[in-house]
Design a protein around this ligand. Structure first.
Ligand SMILES: [Fe+2]
Length: 310
């Protein structure tokens, strides 16, 4: 009874309104805990609706690694997941853990978490009245879109490799004596990495087992009811075999369905591409990528210039 009352009066952890998160941000706390009792019934209802309507679309469009991941995580279809429970299933498979955060994680810290097999995870959930569109991540995007992929060993190793790339970048720019040049160059490298991450981890397509078939592995697509179908079926989407030189120079916008997507052959292919990205970084090929989105903020630049040790 007491518990039921607690749920009724819970203030909620809604993306647009979460006093717990506001307080953490005001205190400068990036890494937080998940105060599970704060989820309101409306928050659980939002999870239930989001999870239920994705089932058919996942079966039809998601790649088999993701479907295995969803099954391995044993997510409760009716309640917002507890990260502790998710980690109990996830951690033994690949060593990865979902790590609760209060909001945006500066680029280097984000990649460094991946290197340590930790995935910065948003704990708020979108408002139940706006299930379809959300520019920022929420727990549905992070746990139902990203984390199932982290149960796959080849994919998990690719994320770690990405984190290692960030360390290589920090090391390379630390050797530049001129401060202005250091900032200019690191901004270009972060832009290249962010674009690569966007067109693969967030919005990637993969060849299916049948000729011409495409399967989705990008988390931005796998957590969007509308775009998951659109990205495979719509004649308005351009889909091309991935080319590193194109991806690192291609801007993207986050506020509408993606008009251009890239296809990898497999996760081994993706892993090799991250290795190639690192080699290009060492060769100076990421020092002058095409201008345009995404904009690189000061916090991202600073995070690479004053990286954590290790
Ligand atoms: Fe994401």
């Amino acid at each position: 009874m007491a518990k039921a009352q607690a749920f009724e009066t819970a203030v909620g952890l809604t993306t647009t309104k979460a006093p717990f998160i506001e307080e953490a941000v005001n205190k400068g706390q990036l890494y937080i805990h998940q105060p599970y009792e704060l989820y309101s019934e409306e928050n659980h209802e939002a999870w239930r609706c989001l999870f239920a309507r994705m089932q058919d679309r996942w079966q039809k469009y998601a790649n088999p690694h993701f479907l295995r991941g969803i099954s391995n995580l044993c997510l409760d279809p009716d309640r917002v997941p507890r990260l502790e429970d998710v980690n109990k299933f996830l951690n033994p498979l690949t060593g990865f853990k979902a790590k609760p955060v209060s909001g945006y994680v500066p680029a280097f810290l984000f990649f460094d978490c991946l290197r340590n097999r930790e995935f910065p995870t948003t704990i708020t959930i979108r408002d139940s009245k706006t299930l379809d569109y959300l520019p920022e991540p929420d727990i549905f995007h992070d746990i139902a879109g990203h984390v199932p992929m982290h149960t796959d060993r080849a994919f998990a190793d690719t994320l770690v490799r990405f984190g290692e790339c960030a360390h290589t970048a920090a090391e390379l720019v630390s050797q530049i004596p001129d401060e202005q040049e250091k900032v200019r160059r690191v901004a270009s490298i972060i832009k290249a990495m962010a674009r690569f991450f966007w067109f693969t981890i967030e919005f990637g397509l993969m060849k299916g087992s049948q000729p011409g078939e495409l399967k989705v592995y990008g988390s931005g697509l796998l957590s969007s009811y509308g775009e998951l179908e659109y990205c495979v079926e719509s004649p308005d989407v351009q889909r091309y075999p991935i080319q590193l030189e194109w991806v690192i120079n291609q801007g993207f916008e986050i506020d509408h369905y993606q008009p251009l997507l890239f296809i990898v052959d497999s996760f081994d292919h993706l892993f090799d591409l991250v290795g190639q990205l690192e080699q290009w970084m060492k060769d100076g090929k990421l020092n002058n990528v095409a201008p345009g989105e995404p904009g690189i903020g000061e916090a991202d630049i600073r995070s690479f210039l004053e990286p954590v040790k290790g």
